[in-house]
Design a protein around this ligand. Structure first.
Ligand SMILES: [Fe+2]
Ligand SMILES: [Fe+2]
Length: 268
């Protein structure tokens, strides 16, 4: 069932006739609500009794995981208020429900990582410069579009990061935690990108180019900051700076395609 839903996330199409390739359609907010509810009911089992992390792995990942844990722990109130204003204007009340479920998934990520830290007797952080910077950025942004753009860029890094942690450890618990987070983050990117595609629709080429330029500047800064803050863990997960940089831009390139309105077919 979940795989069918995920397949639908990537392959939902409308018939466009034999000559033209079919383009995907964006999901409605109600479809996203259904997806998030279904996902919540089908989480991977985590073998909490099998921590088994080696001292070397511990040193490579633990400081960095503490920062990601706090980063995943926002109460989401600012994002929710922004979504409520937008949903009212767009006459899309189900969007608020979808955002609540999205925030719930991020909080579950924070809680799962927190439980892992508790299990290895490492205190959770109460403040972190990266989290503070990210929170300041989001709070300065009052529109769904700006919030979603920042979230997508952070999610792209979350994907690279959790994949690196999974490679860096043989701990069954930590590997399964990362697998769950990665399963969740792929649809998160799609969810935010589809909304951005809706918002970018009807914009002229110049406006879209300015938006892309702003994204590229922000993503460059973020990519360097993540390497600066989490390079040790990323290296332990097999990434050189060169490979990390290339992967980050490749994944962000895919996200930019997903937020391009020309990627989809729209009701006429
Ligand atoms: Fe997350
Ligand atoms: Fe996410």
């Amino acid at each position: 069932m979940r795989s069918a839903m995920l397949e639908a996330i990537t392959l939902t199409t409308e018939s466009a006739g034999p000559a033209a390739p079919a383009l995907p359609v964006v999901w409605t907010s109600a479809q996203w609500v259904a997806y998030f509810r279904h996902n919540l009911a089908h989480l991977l089992p985590i073998p909490w009794e099998r921590i088994a992390i080696s001292p070397q792995e511990y040193d490579d990942v633990i400081a960095s995981l503490r920062s990601w844990q706090i980063g995943e722990t926002s109460d989401g109130s600012h994002l929710l208020r922004t979504a409520q204003r937008y949903a009212e204007k767009a006459n899309d009340p189900a969007f608020v429900d979808a955002i609540k479920l999205f925030i719930g998934e991020e909080q579950r990520h924070g809680e799962t990582l927190g439980r892992f830290l508790d299990s290895v007797s490492v205190p959770r952080k109460t403040r972190d410069w990266g989290e503070l910077l990210f929170r300041t950025c989001r709070h300065a942004l009052l529109r769904v579009e700006s919030n979603a753009s920042v979230i997508v860029m952070v999610e792209v890094h979350a994907m690279l990061y959790y994949a690196a942690v999974r490679r860096a450890t043989s701990s069954p618990v930590l590997r399964q935690v990362c697998s769950q987070l990665l399963r969740d983050e792929v649809p998160h990117i799609r969810f935010q990108c589809e909304r951005l595609a809706m918002l970018h629709r009807g914009r002229n080429r110049v406006f879209r180019a300015v938006t892309l330029g702003t994204h590229r500047a922000f993503f460059t800064t973020l990519t360097l900051a993540v390497w600066f803050g989490h390079g040790r863990t990323l290296r332990a997960g097999g990434l050189t700076f060169r490979r990390y940089w290339r992967n980050a831009w490749t994944q962000m390139g895919k996200a930019w395609r997903l937020m391009d309105p020309r990627t989809y077919s729209w009701p006429t």
